[in-house]
Write a protein that binds this ligand. Structure first.
Ligand SMILES: C[S@@+](CC[C@H](N)C(=O)[O-])C[C@H]1O[C@@H](n2cnc3c(N)ncnc32)[C@H](O)[C@@H]1O
Length: 350
């Protein structure tokens, strides 16, 4: 444990009693949860809800039967939601390093098992550091889904967290998580401030560093699901952070062989069947891929793989092959870096 870890444990274990004690709105969720999650939230214990410090919605669609890992599970809110959604055949493991948070989560396992009508608990909590997941007894390649809500910004070695997450996922699995990002790299002086770090601000990753870390870990094509600017709403802290802009972002990162660094066009299309639970009229893969039921949509090779080689495969019809490459996929904003028009200079042959 480093000094930073001890400070974070103090902050979440002792300094904060409930959401009311937060000094900024960084660890607050802006988007209201969808109806099916609101229904589950009405069954979650109040003490768990009082100590919720997440910044987004970290539960994707179609999770029944999955094995889920929550990095920095806190008082367990997202784990209990996931527990209900994965059902008795699924399994949820939460990891957190703060004793007081784990105590609340553990105290309410039986309550939720009963509330959800399960014969036995499908959720458990482990004490551990998410920067040392390799020291926990977690089997490599064994998780379908890794979630995390407003935690990775608090880690000092973010690359290690992503590397381990990639290692723990099954092929075709995904990491789906919400966190705080900044529009620039944050200076060391701000990073030393325990309140700014604890409030999930000064540990925030500059978004482009995050993309590079993810790609280095093996998550070749990170997709934004949702993003919102964060208003700090505390004059003293605003003064300290100056012009830095913060965002709450939900990313989905698939572990898939053969994803390419750019969106490439193989002339492929997909048609959504409308069968994903709660998504009968359309399904959103990310913030720029909406699939209305029954409509043929042209996709790049990476999107094709994200649908064809994951738990979404049976919910789509797939058209096309990998035989012919038609260039960069312009639908994802890709552009050829060369001028297409001939200049009016004389022809020079090589
Ligand atoms: C902002 S809270 C979010 C908690 C929970 N995800 C939620 O949505 O309520 C951050 C949590 O991450 C935990 N945490 C921070 N750094 C950690 C680390 N390196 N390893 C394990 N847990 C960590 C803290 O103990 C705290 O419970």
């Amino acid at each position: 444990m480093t000094v930073k870890h001890t400070e974070v444990q103090e902050y979440y274990g002792k300094e904060l009693e409930s959401t009311e004690d937060l000094k900024t709105t960084a660890c607050c969720t802006i988007t209201p949860p969808p109806k099916h999650i609101r229904e589950i939230l009405s069954q979650v214990h109040d003490e768990v809800l009082d100590k919720y410090y997440g910044c987004g919605l970290t539960i994707p669609n179609q999770v029944e039967g999955l094995k889920v890992l929550d990095l920095g599970s806190g008082s367990g809110r997202d784990c209990f939601i996931a527990s209900k959604l994965v059902g008795q055949t699924g399994e949820v493991v939460g990891v957190d390093m703060t004793e007081e948070q784990l105590n609340v989560a553990n105290k309410h396992i039986d309550y939720h098992t009963q509330k959800f009508g399960f014969k036995r608990a499908n959720v458990r909590f482990l004490k551990g550091n998410i920067e040392k997941l390799d020291e926990l007894d977690l089997e490599e390649g064994s998780f379908d889904l890794i979630i995390s809500n407003c935690v990775i910004n608090l880690a000092e070695n973010k690359q290690k967290v992503l590397n381990d997450a990639f290692r723990l996922l099954k092929p075709g699995g995904e990491m789906y998580f919400s966190d705080v990002y900044s529009d620039r790299r944050i200076g060391a002086d701000l990073q030393k401030d325990p309140v700014l770090w604890g409030e999930c601000l000064s540990g925030a990753l500059y978004w482009n560093d995050f993309l590079n870390f993810s790609k280095k870990a093996g998550f070749t094509d990170p997709r934004v699901v949702e993003s919102h600017p964060i208003g700090v709403e505390n004059e003293e802290i605003e003064e300290k952070v100056g012009d830095i802009k913060f965002f709450s972002v939900t990313y989905r990162l698939f572990k898939l062989d053969g994803l390419e660094s750019d969106c490439e066009d193989y002339g492929q299309s997909v048609r959504y069947k409308g069968t994903i639970k709660g998504k009968s009229s359309s399904f959103d893969l990310d913030d720029h891929h909406n699939f209305p039921t029954g409509k043929m949509i042209t996709v790049c090779g990476n999107t094709y793989k994200m649908l064809n080689e994951t738990r979404f495969a049976s919910h789509f019809e797939f058209f096309g092959t990998w035989d012919t490459h038609y260039g960069i996929f312009e639908g994802c904003g890709g552009n050829m870096p060369f001028k297409e028009e001939q200049g009016d200079g004389s022809l020079a042959c090589c």
